[in-house]
Design a protein around this ligand. Structure first.
Ligand SMILES: C[S@@+](CC[C@H](N)C(=O)[O-])C[C@H]1O[C@@H](n2cnc3c(N)ncnc32)[C@H](O)[C@@H]1O
Length: 292
């Protein structure tokens, strides 16, 4: 006797997936289910809603199941989808790069505000630890400037270059595989330094959410030390530079006090700390020669 295969409709499969995600403790279970299904069928989410009773093909069901299984193992939605949104632009993401975070958008915003206010024509910007390229690409897509962006990971640089081409900024951002701790790195010639450095301490990594410590690159999360080594080196290079660039750095949760102590030890007084939308200290801005 021929085995009958269950025919799934859009609505049935979404309900079952939502319940499974909810039971597993995945946040926004319905949205996760809808986005993965929309990617699988090639429909928009709106179209899923308009076609709740539509039967899915066997191929669609098996493709969707593979994605759902990955999500149930806490693989981030963005890696399964291979893309995410940052600063209203689309970015390709692979497990070689950190998933761009919404809280990093304020770093981009502060740099763009500074570019406008400083009046520097075509400022020269250096980004340290570019990952997917999201910060540099968002800045250049919204201003007239040139950026040099580097990352120690060759694989991340490849992803960043693809993102830059896809977002039309390839002419303005020069990506390079380079170690920030290379002694030849200097701030000379740059008007602005920007970075979202790996700021989690090595001892805090095991306590992170499984989606983060199980999937995102270790070197993107931590400096494998106290989480402050990038700030220390950036402050040293700032003090050593003749024409001081303006510096914009993301501040990790709970890191403000340690950074303020480092600033004082480095004798840097001309800075501001900007809070994010959740009122958390998020961006350190050190003034450049233009504003001292
Ligand atoms: C917190 S992630 C930031 C990625 C991206 N800019 C963002 O905001 O989504 C830190 C980045 O620093 C890079 N990185 C780690 N160690 C580095 C080093 N010694 N020199 C240069 N980049 C490094 C990592 O590969 C990672 O891409």
């Amino acid at each position: 006797m021929k085995e009958t295969v269950k025919t799934w409709t859009v609505l049935d499969i979404l309900k079952v997936t939502e319940a499974a995600f909810r039971e597993r403790g995945i946040t926004n279970p319905r949205l996760n289910a809808e986005l993965l299904l929309a990617d699988t069928t090639g429909d928009s989410r709106i179209n899923l809603y308009l076609n709740f009773e539509k039967p899915l093909t066997e191929n669609e069901v098996s493709g969707y199941r593979d994605k759902v299984k990955r999500r149930l193992k806490f693989e981030p939605l963005q890696y399964i989808r291979g893309k995410t949104e940052f600063y209203s632009l689309e970015f390709r993401v692979t497990p070689d790069v950190l998933i761009p975070r919404q809280e990093t958008e304020i770093l981009v915003e502060k740099v763009l505000e500074y570019i406008k206010e400083s009046g520097i024509e075509c400022p020269k910007i250096l980004e340290i630890g570019t990952g997917s390229g999201c910060i540099s690409i968002a800045i250049t897509a919204n201003s007239e400037c040139n950026i040099r962006a580097f990352d120690v990971s060759n694989e991340a640089i490849k992803v960043a270059e693809l993102n830059s081409a896809a977002n039309g900024t390839a002419e303005k951002v020069k990506f390079e595989a380079k170690d920030f701790f290379d002694p030849e790195v200097t701030f000379e010639g740059f008007d602005i330094i920007v970075s979202n450095p790996p700021y989690i301490s090595a001892q805090d990594v095991p306590g992170l959410n499984e989606e983060v410590n199980g999937y995102e690159p270790y070197i993107a999360l931590t400096d494998d030390g106290d989480g402050l080594s990038f700030y220390k080196k950036i402050f040293e290079l700032y003090n050593a530079s003749q024409n001081k660039p303006a510096v914009f750095l993301e501040i990790g949760d709970g890191k403000k006090e340690a950074i303020v102590k480092l600033l004082s030890e480095s004798d840097i007084k001309n800075y501001n700390i900007h809070n994010d939308l959740m009122n958390m200290p998020r961006v350190l801005e050190i003034k450049g020669t233009e504003n001292i």
